[in-house]
Design a protein. Structure first.
Length: 122
């Protein structure tokens, strides 16, 4: 089976779930216990190895105190960052564009961050 080049939704969501857990400075054991699942299963979800059911995802989100729309927006943001990097590398004008905190800026734009932000408050 060929590995799809684009990240899968489960990989994007898993990465965001792990990032949120780390932002909250919580352990895998704490969140797994609060969600009512094993540490191994939560770890597999976070690494994008398991596709969580909607019920399992709701339990994990509840344990983290975030909602599904926020998770999906963050996952989409992460996917756009990856797509933007690939697009910039293949664009002849890539040297004049740099991703910044609020999107792409020309050479005179703000420097610094490397993320395209969809979320203003999150």
């Amino acid at each position: 089976m060929d590995r799809h080049l684009d990240p899968l939704l489960r990989e994007l969501m898993g990465a965001e779930l792990r990032a949120e857990r780390h932002r909250q400075r919580r352990t895998l054991a704490e969140v797994a216990a609060a969600a009512g699942l094993s540490m191994q299963h939560l770890s597999d979800v976070e690494r994008g190895r398991k596709d969580p059911s909607s019920e399992l995802l709701a339990a994990i989100l509840g344990a983290l105190g975030i909602d599904l729309p926020l998770l999906l927006l963050r996952a989409a943001d992460g996917a756009l960052v990856g797509a933007t990097v690939l697009e910039l590398r293949s664009t002849p004008r890539a040297s004049t564009l740099a991703p910044g905190p609020a999107g792409l800026h020309g050479a005179g734009g703000r420097a610094g961050g490397s993320r395209v932000r969809l979320l203003a408050a999150a």
